[in-house]
Design a protein around this ligand. Sequence first.
Ligand SMILES: Cc1cc2nc3c(=O)[nH]c(=O)nc-3n(C[C@H](O)[C@H](O)[C@H](O)COP(=O)(O)OP(=O)(O)OC[C@H]3O[C@@H](n4cnc5c(N)ncnc54)[C@H](O)[C@@H]3O)c2cc1C
Length: 458
Amino acid sequence: MTTLIDALRLALAPDAVLDGTPGAETFQSPWTRLGAPLAVVRPASTAQVAAVLRLASDAGVPVVPWGGRTGLVDGCVADGAIALSLDRMAAIEGVDAGAGTMTVQAGCILQTACEAAADEGLLLPLDLGSRGSATIGGNIATNAGGNRVLRYGMMREMVLGLEAVLADGTVIDAMNPLLKNNAGYDLKPLFIGSEGTLGVVTRAVLRLRPAPVSQDTAFIGVEHFDDLPRLLRRLERGLGGNLSAFEVMWADFHDLVTSAPARGRPPLAERYPWYVLVESLGADPAVDAARFETCLGAALEEGEIADAVLARSKAEREAMWALRDDVAQTARNGPIVTFDVSLPIPAMNAYVGAVQAALAEHWPDLGPPMVFGHLGDGNLHIIARVPALTPEHRHRAEMIVYRPLTALGGSISAEHGIGLQKRDHLDLTRSPAEIALMRRLKGALDPAGILNPGKIIA
Ligand SMILES: Cc1cc2nc3c(=O)[nH]c(=O)nc-3n(C[C@H](O)[C@H](O)[C@H](O)COP(=O)(O)OP(=O)(O)OC[C@H]3O[C@@H](n4cnc5c(N)ncnc54)[C@H](O)[C@@H]3O)c2cc1C
């Protein structure tokens, strides 16, 4: 192993290879287990990434790509592997305002890329609670979703071109930013959402949109679940494609985040079973605000909405979003297991009721799960309380949350991916033929199985 570490130091630079304590100390994460890597390597170019992979391949040592380490499914666990950090490849190579594109290295922090787009009057629409730490490469590797999927789609829709390095060091240059390119197989999507198991993403060309000029936000109380899809459809129809967020919080999650220390008064005085954070992004402030209020007014008249408050300033809007983003509160009252599922909206209420009942039956002394999510995308986050974080308790909670999804046509992962955490449940969502094809693809691109082994499929 010393030979590999020495060869890596020679190929990169002595200070680009951290083995032992310095690596562990520099690269901690509150969000994911990292395991005990042999070393953390920090290449500064695509050529260096290729060199790392070639050397690791020759030595038969696994390589685990690391971005911002905010992934929530233990995709970065690197026991006995080389952890390949992209943190030195963080440059924004250019913004082409005319073409509406940004060329960026994979280690660039999402927020930095968004700010660079904004400086040119453009929008990189991906928006996540982890925006200050997550990287573009990690966003691509997990096909991240977030708060604006309704309007702009997931990361897949924002990647026009990318560059990736295969396990044997081959560089795949698919950076051509053409919107339409049907010349043979489209290889880019292979790497998007592949969680570092098929290649290391090193650069990308991202699609930017015109920055919105208007931003209308409201916080809404709803009495009946069936009113949620009605309200969603009304806003989709009435806002002419401007609806960007339809975030729903079940009352237990709402009560938790609004009662956090130093939090001011909740946006709505009354308590409701559901709260919705709605946002519209548009190009004409006067027209858009009037249309937004008209839509909500009509929903109020029809009884779909019990009460609503509009954000009248940037501070009010940020305070509303701060509630939705404050997921850290869910760990306030003891151990939790987090889930990220998707299913058809009409099935959600009964599904959540069944999950609540099963958890209460199993652990009657613990509080109910906290439920919230991007309901407009069919995506719910369920945070289950468990007595302790043992494998047995986790498995029990997983069975309760995942099992009903197969019959409902749902998915065990809406946006966080599979990693190590959900691997053993993949067959609840994917057919045997799909999983077999995933294995064939993995075998074709990484025959020795050195790239992030054990993640997604065993
Ligand atoms: C507070 C919080 C809120 C979040 N909200 C959302 C949300 O709304 N929507 C959502 O989708 N996710 C969300 N996440 C999850 C997470 O932030 C995303 O998955 C993000 O895209 C991960 O980026 P990262 O750079 O941190 O990747 P990492 O955690 O470093 O890596 C994630 C996976 O991608 C692989 N990987 C990383 N970089 C590369 C690369 N360059 N090439 C190949 N593989 C690579 C890793 O090996 C690992 O398997 C949230 C996380 C937190 C902590």
